[in-house]
Design a protein around this ligand. Structure first.
Ligand code: FES
Length: 102
């Protein structure tokens, strides 16, 4: 069992990674990388060498659709997310840590 001091230290370390910066952890199909809260998911996945299909990059074709398993995103268009957690990756920005799949 950890002491109150150790518990406080543990808690203080976790937010320092995600709350004071725009950095977030993103997991896609089991591959984990450090992303951000500023750019759309499609671009962040491409920067990591993760190739997902896309075409218009404007929220029209829905070719870039992926699924949120855990986490939340900011949507840039009204229909960028459906009730089943499917999102258009070219129109969504992470709000925090995310677990995604194709
Ligand atoms: S690439 Fe067309 S909706 Fe994302």
């Amino acid at each position: 069992m950890s002491s109150p001091y150790e518990k406080k230290l543990e808690m203080s370390l976790i937010p320092s990674i995600t709350d004071t910066t725009n950095q977030v952890w993103i997991e896609f199909n089991g591959l984990c990388f450090l992303g951000n809260k500023q750019h759309v998911l499609l671009e962040q996945l491409k920067e990591q060498g993760i190739e997902i299909p896309y075409s218009c990059r404007a929220g029209i074709c829905r070719v870039c659709q992926i699924k949120i398993i855990i986490g939340e995103v900011k949507t840039l268009t009204q229909d960028a997310m459906d009730k089943d957690g499917n999102i258009i990756s070219c129109c969504c920005i992470p709000k925090g840590n995310l677990k995604l799949s194709d």
